[in-house]
Design a protein around this ligand. Structure first.
Ligand SMILES: Cc1cc2nc3c(=O)[nH]c(=O)nc-3n(C[C@H](O)[C@H](O)[C@H](O)COP(=O)(O)O)c2cc1C
Length: 162
């Protein structure tokens, strides 16, 4: 059995959770990790302007340089920060273009404010796979290390153990 963890992270919170999910999954299955890197968002000032513009434009976001093919994995985890009440443009593209019907999918978000079910519902509607579990974590809880139980539950539900 193989799992792929795919995420975008600009300031580390989503990366922390993706890493914890990877560790949880590794106890049971082979795991690969795809960190989607977006160079146009990296220079701090101009990157921030670009990402805000991207959040408001509905144009398709090009995905380049992906390493792993999700059709080769039974389990697929996709994680994103919440930006302007939605998932990030690269993850929107990933969900619509890359997820396949045979993937058993786990979706998670990180955000500064209270968890927003609408973002997860939007993500579920974008992807073709069978959504097995979802998780919404606050940045402050991740930074305080208060998310480990939720990650364990998420991994258990993804693998059909809970
Ligand atoms: C452009 C932008 C928009 C954001 N919009 C929201 C939002 O609508 N709701 C929210 O709760 N947090 C929002 N945040 C906060 C991020 O979702 C939060 O800090 C997230 O954990 C960052 O993940 P990262 O560290 O993996 O990049 C926003 C952050 C940025 C940079």
């Amino acid at each position: 059995m193989r799992a792929l963890v795919v995420f975008y992270s600009r300031s580390g919170a989503t990366e922390t959770v993706a890493d914890d999910i990877r560790e949880g999954l590794l106890r049971f299955v082979h795991v690969d990790v795809e960190w989607i890197r977006i160079k146009r968002y990296e220079p701090f000032f101009i990157g921030s302007v670009r990402l805000i513009l991207d959040c408001f434009s509905k144009s398709k976001f090009p995905l380049v340089g992906l390493t792993y093919d999700p059709t080769k994995y039974q389990y697929l985890v996709v994680g994103t920060p919440v930006w302007s009440g939605s998932c990030t443009p690269p993850i929107q593209s990933y969900l619509t273009e890359m997820v396949c019907p045979s993937n058993k999918v786990g979706l998670f978000t990180t955000q500064s404010g209270d968890p927003n079910e609408e973002v997860i519902e939007e993500m579920e509607n974008m992807c073709n796979g069978e959504t097995r579990c979802t998780m919404m974590l606050k940045r402050a809880d991740i930074k305080a290390g208060n998310h480990h139980q939720e990650v364990d539950d998420f991994v258990g539900r993804l693998l059909g153990m809970k």
